[in-house]
Ligand binder design. Structure first.
Ligand SMILES: Cc1ncc(COP(=O)(O)O)c(C=O)c1O
Length: 285
């Protein structure tokens, strides 16, 4: 075994990445038939693991796939995988597919799921991105109606993200029927007249663990907030816009389609919540 190779988890085994192989008839490969999670790990301690495992259960229920492990088993596997990596801050990615079967859309019977997990260094935003904010572009949200499930069928999100990549922006924020939904791989929060305004967690957005954490931390700090639909014009005129995700944490958007947000700098409410997030992420739980 090559000493430098990354150890990943596949169907009960811990093995070097290059030895982890999945048959081509896996329904994840053929149909994108599976769900996934990503748990951020700070100083080798998973952050909000219970929330991620609860969302995993919700996603599995949503695609009618039995959970192959108890919460305690998932926690043990995650902790073991973390212990096998040489870095302290990690992003544990794991996906469960409906297994390997002859190609047929209907669910196969009696087929074990495929479980794959890997843990990479956590790619948090650079100092420059935190201090200056990031640019996004906008697009109409043309994804399916179950964006609340964290499925591996991500082509809609991939195409959206590429619109940003094409012009050197970080994200694509989306609007459906004139209302803000989310970004291609993150949630979007607004600050309007000093109040944090976030779109509701309905079927059109992923219920972000970081979205919840940011709102919880802001509530604890006594900051005013509202959960309600945000019209496009209102979002584009907001004083502050933020992205939230397990890898971006909270990150200020300072330009939308080339136009500045507010005064073009990360705003005061963002800076407050970002600081609380930095303090709280170092605590377990
Ligand atoms: C489409 C989408 N929305 C929101 C999020 C943010 O979710 P979380 O904060 O749980 O990372 C993600 C994260 O991958 C995502 O892919």
């Amino acid at each position: 075994m090559n000493a430098a190779s990354q150890i990943v988890y596949l169907n009960g085994e811990y093995l070097p990445l290059e030895e982890a192989k999945v048959p081509v008839l896996d329904r994840g490969f053929i149909y994108g038939d599976g769900v996934y999670e990503l748990v951020p790990v700070y100083g080798r301690e998973p952050f909000r693991m219970a929330h991620h495992l609860a969302r995993l259960q919700r996603s599995l229920d949503g695609i009618r796939l039995a959970n192959p492990h108890t919460t305690a088993e998932w926690e043990a596997i995650i902790r073991k995988l973390v212990s096998l990596q040489p870095y302290d801050d990690q992003g544990v990615y794991f996906q469960i597919t409906r297994g390997v079967a002859k190609r047929d859309h209907a669910f196969p019977q009696g087929v074990p799921p495929t479980i794959f997990m890997m843990s990479n260094p956590l790619p948090t935003p650079s100092r420059d991105q935190v201090e200056r904010g990031v640019a996004v572009v906008t697009a109409d949200d043309n994804r399916w109606q179950r964006c609340d499930l964290k499925t591996i069928s991500l082509l809609g999100n991939v195409l959206m993200r590429q619109l940003a990549a094409d012009v050197g922006a970080v994200e694509t924020i989306m609007f459906r029927n004139g209302f803000l939904t989310e970004a291609s791989a993150s949630n979007v929060l607004c600050v309007i007249g000093g109040t944090i305004v976030a779109p509701p967690k309905d079927n059109l957005i992923l219920p972000g663990i970081t979205y919840d954490a940011a709102l919880e931390f802001a509530r604890d700090a006594g900051l005013p907030m509202e959960i309600r639909p945000v019209a496009r014009a209102e979002a584009l005129a907001a004083d502050e816009l933020w992205l939230s995700s397990s890898t971006k944490e909270v990150l200020a958007i300072t330009s939308v389609d080339g136009k500045p947000v507010g005064d073009g700098k990360p705003g005061p409410v963002f800076r407050k919540v970002w600081q609380i997030y930095q303090d709280r992420k170092a605590r377990p739980g």
